[in-house]
Design a protein. Structure first.
Length: 520
């Protein structure tokens, strides 16, 4: 054997790259040198408790004849039954436990494990670092019982915990004999979170070192607590619907700035006004990423404008690189043509966002799109020179008729040299005559989302696009377009023109690749 294979560090790196469990098992039986590191790699990650249970004495379990279960318990378990299994359990660093995918009699085994590892004794997995715990809502378990079944799996070295729990059980997890202050990552997912939004979340109040926090809701007490955790880098709230934070008092704002280390803020399933109020609580957010997924059926443009203004007033212009202010799910289309003017966002509302010159990814969705002109597009392109992806579009099935001409796309060709993906609704029936004199400075953009852009002469449009974006290979249309028969004739013609341009671009790209391959 080569002497390098006697070094534990080298073996650990080699075995970590071997994903086939049967191979690791064979290596563990090859020689004494390989045994321990191979077993460590084999048992490091578990997606079921079954491998551990099969290490119990053979008279304690049997193969099940029921399709629902893989093994069944033949007798009550004793603590001494775990002696052999403990040698493997101590190697487990990562456990993904989901009741819905488990083929075990969950109630029976969780109760047996709890009895074999009572409070005060060592836990089943003493070296576990990451736990994904989704016990499910079994009717035979109360909220307290569901929380209690997790205790034997909460080892002292646990640093990352994901809980998928019921509303009835969330408060009981904080009562478990586990030091939640040691966690560096916590994700809490609660069924029907909107029913309990704004209530107490005791587990959060115990956190002091967490770096990544994902929770279903907040209240004032929890928000104030986490704002002063000095290590918090990522905060995600999965249901920002009803809670409105209280304004911070002068005594609260005079100490260390809140969220001093926070780099990523994500508000999912968010009400626009609630999101704005959350943003307004902090005088300066030094964020690299801001994601607000809006869920209201329709959102007036003035509400969106206030949200944009709050972001412009409180988020650092020197740090933000990703901005997503879009749909959590599709918005409802306004009922009439007249009402669309109440939902289409004007160019002036966008200007507070133009100060973020470091942006690389920008996504903005509104109920009825944007009512912009060429002047605003040129301002936008100059404001975001580092952008690789820009999506400015409607989040519903309708939008106002675009005032942007196809000529405005030259702004991105001139001022956004690294832009790869662009989605923007524009009028391709006018303009485009300047393509012969347009410089080919942008050789990166490959994808253009046109949404419901009107188009007249596809050959002229194609020539213009290839002049300003010579690497363009894909035209992206809304996902609802495949069945052309459902549209009026004019709409079918528009879609067909864009589809034909997209098909031609793909064919030209394949031909270029074939020519390049033949030359090489």
């Amino acid at each position: 054997m080569h002497h390098a294979l006697e070094l534990l560090e080298i073996l650990e790196q080699i075995f970590a790259l071997i994903g086939h469990r049967a191979t690791l098992a064979c290596l563990a039986r090859t020689c004494k040198t390989f045994k321990e590191p191979a077993l460590d790699a084999l048992w490091k990650k578990l997606v079921s408790l079954e491998p551990l249970l099969r290490c119990l004495p053979r008279d304690s379990w049997g193969d099940s004849e029921n399709e629902q279960d893989t093994i069944v318990m033949l007798r009550p378990l004793r603590k001494s039954d775990w002696i052999a299994a403990k040698d493997y359990a101590r190697r487990v660093k990562w456990l993904y436990f989901q009741a819905e995918s488990s083929q075990l009699n969950l109630r029976q085994y969780l109760r047996a494990i709890e009895e074999c590892f009572p409070v005060g004794s060592a836990c089943l997995l003493p070296n576990i670092r990451t736990l994904f715990w989704a016990p499910g809502g079994h009717h035979s378990h109360s909220g307290r019982d569901l929380a209690r079944t997790a205790r034997p799996f909460l080892g002292p070295l646990l640093r990352e915990l994901s809980l998928y729990i019921s509303p009835e059980s969330h408060s009981f997890y904080a009562q478990l004999p586990f030091d939640f202050s040691t966690l560096e990552r916590l994700s809490v997912h609660v069924l029907r979170p909107w029913a309990m939004e704004g209530t107490s979340l005791p587990v959060v109040m115990a956190l002091t070192r967490v770096r990544h926090l994902e929770i279903p809701w907040l209240n004032d007490e929890a928000f104030e607590h986490i704002s002063h955790i000095p290590f918090l880098e990522t905060l995600e709230i999965s249901s920002a619907q009803a809670w409105t934070p209280c304004p911070r008092s002068p005594s609260q704002t005079s100490h260390v700035p809140p969220f001093s280390a926070l780099g990523r803020l994500c508000l999912q399933n968010a009400n626009a006004d609630v999101a704005r109020n959350i943003i307004a609580t902090c005088p300066l957010w030094s964020l690299q990423s801001l994601v607000i997924s809006l869920t209201s059926p329709t959102i007036p443009w003035r509400t969106i404008a206030r949200l944009y203004a709050a972001i412009g007033a409180t988020v650092s212009a020197t740090t933000l690189t990703k901005l997503y202010l879009g749909k959590f799910r599709a918005f409802h289309a306004p009922a009439s043509e007249e009402s669309r003017s109440n939902y289409a966002v004007q160019g002036a509302a966008l200007r507070p966002l133009f100060q973020f010159s470091k942006l690389k990814s920008v996504t903005l969705h509104t109920t009825a799109g944007f009512d912009l002109d060429d002047t605003v597009i040129w301002e936008m392109a100059k404001a975001w020179p580092l952008a690789t992806s820009i999506d400015i579009s409607s989040g519903s099935t309708i939008s106002v008729s675009p005032s942007i001409t196809i000529d405005a796309l030259r702004a991105f060709s001139l001022h956004c040299p690294v832009l790869v993906n662009l989605t923007l609704e524009f009028d391709a029936t006018i303009g485009g005559g300047s393509y012969l004199t347009s410089p080919t400075t942008q050789c990166v953009l490959t994808s253009l989302g046109v949404m419901r852009s009107p188009i007249a002469d596809p050959s002229t449009v194609k020539a213009f696009l290839l002049r300003v974006f010579p690497r363009l290979t894909a035209i992206i249309l809304p996902p609802s377009y495949p069945d052309l028969d459902m549209y009026e004739e004019a709409e079918r013609d528009r879609l067909r023109n864009w589809i034909n341009i997209g098909a031609w671009l793909k064919a030209a790209d394949r031909l270029a690749e074939r020519d390049l391959a033949s030359v090489s």
